[in-house]
Design a protein around this ligand. Structure first.
Ligand code: DGL
Length: 270
């Protein structure tokens, strides 16, 4: 009954943490493509090739349902995967839709026509590949009209967070927020559209000010997954054991992951 969680590296652990808290009886298998991270500077074909390879590994671990915790994969590869690659007995879901449903005050799976919503000005912070894909704007347009989105590609931020360089990461957050606020001085909502950014949420909030509602994905994804599994219990795969798989060096990745989540985590070679 395992469910797979895919990410380009360690950022998806923020999502894993939230889904494990929400669904404590489900064994989650986490796959981090650390050998190829970051994805945020790659092109869409490359991201598709890497993401599909990782998802196949999770299927082999008995996870028929895989959550792409990675925004960059969700933005640049998921649609193509769902349209032409995922077989009928498997599912791959991304992290954008739960967030957009929350932003547009929709119930889970409400696919009615797009309508006006309370929020008008939205700031999106994400990797360069996610911003270039315009997937957020596309998914939003299916659900809402009249929402202005200003997107800021946060170059360098994932690397600074992965390197544990808090001073640089804080400086980058402030710089990226300032750059966005010059173009959109009064956003009502801000989306932290990358798995790593929740780790810098406090700095984002300080830089944006108290009037801006900050949406962070992990909890929204956990809630949405719980609803999905209520409706589709058949998508719980045959796997029984939780685990952590990486394409990187398991010892190094385990050390970093332990630092990242502040609890002991042991990765195995994928
Ligand atoms: N996990 C990716 C995301 O959520 C960020 C890291 C990367 O660039 O690979 O966008």
């Amino acid at each position: 009954m395992a469910v797979g969680i895919f990410d380009s590296g360690l950022g998806g652990l923020t999502v894993l943490d939230a889904v494990s808290r929400r669904l404590p009886d489900i064994p989650f298998v986490y796959f981090g493509d650390n050998a190829h991270a970051p994805y945020g500077v790659r092109d869409a074909d490359d991201i598709f090739a890497l993401t599909t390879r990782g998802v196949e590994r999770l299927w082999a671990a008995g996870c028929d349902l895989v959550i792409l915790a990675c925004n960059t994969s969700s933005a640049a590869a998921l649609r193509r995967m769902q349209e032409s690659w995922v077989p009928r007995d498997k599912r791959v879901l991304g992290v954008f839709v739960p967030l957009i449903e929350a932003l547009t005050e929709r119930q889970w799976g409400d696919n009615s026509a797009p309508r006006e919503v309370a929020v008008r000005h939205v700031a999106l912070f994400a990797t360069p590949a996610t911003v270039a894909s315009r997937a957020f704007q596309r998914e939003l347009a299916f659900r809402a009209v009249g929402v202005d989105v200003e997107a800021q590609p946060c170059g360098g931020l994932v690397d600074a967070i992965e390197a544990g360089d808090e001073i640089l990461a804080e400086a980058l957050v402030r710089g990226h927020v300032e750059a966005l606020l010059r173009r959109m001085p009064h956003p009502q909502a801000a989306i932290l559209g990358c798995t790593h950014y929740p780790l810098m949420e406090r700095t984002f909030r300080q830089a944006l000010g108290p009037e801006v509602s900050v949406y962070s994905q992990a909890k929204l994804v956990a809630e949405s997954l719980a609803h999905y599994l209520d409706r589709h219990p058949d998508m719980l795969g045959s796997g029984t054991a939780p685990g952590f798989l990486t394409t990187g060096d398991p010892t190094r990745v385990s050390d970093k992951a332990t630092q990242f989540l502040r609890r002991a985590i042991a990765f195995q070679a994928a």
